[in-house]
Design a protein. Structure first.
Length: 146
């Protein structure tokens, strides 16, 4: 798969994150019609934030998994909080049974899991080592010129 970098005014980036969050008490409520509705809502909600895109989405009964690309101008926590909050509001509005199960209007567990997606560590280390060797060679060449 070819890397696809995006641009901001002074930045070129590819920032993808693997994000997972769960309903409170790990209740298995995100299934069937509820899962379909959550999926239907997550894509347009992410689109409301400029330069935020859901790349992959998998909704299980007791958690939501996604790979999301987020511009570096946003904090990951702000985007995840926005998505969790807006989806919860929409689910409470549409499904009364969820409101009864979560009487405090807190659908999701407080935290979430996030990890970066990108070059693997070994490739990155090799690149950094190569860059250092390359810079030394360049310095030697430049010194010979003077």
């Amino acid at each position: 798969m070819k890397k696809r970098f995006k641009k901001l005014s002074h930045t070129i980036y590819e920032c993808k994150y693997h994000v997972v969050w769960c309903p409170k008490y790990r209740y298995r409520i995100v299934s069937g019609e509820v899962a379909g509705y959550a999926r239907q809502q997550l894509y347009p909600l992410s689109g409301q934030k400029e330069q935020v895109e859901i790349v992959e989405l998998n909704i299980r009964q007791d958690h939501i998994h996604m790979v999301v690309e987020i511009a570096p101008k946003y904090a990951v926590s702000a985007v995840v909080g926005y998505l969790k909050g807006k989806v919860a509001l929409k689910l409470f509005q549409r499904y009364e049974k969820i409101g009864k199960a979560y009487w405090g209007r807190h659908l999701w567990s407080r935290g979430y899991c996030v990890s970066t997606v990108g070059l693997n560590e070994e490739q990155l280390r090799k690149y950094v080592q190569w860059q250092e060797r390359n810079d030394r060679e360049l310095e030697k060449t430049q010194l010979k010129m003077f």
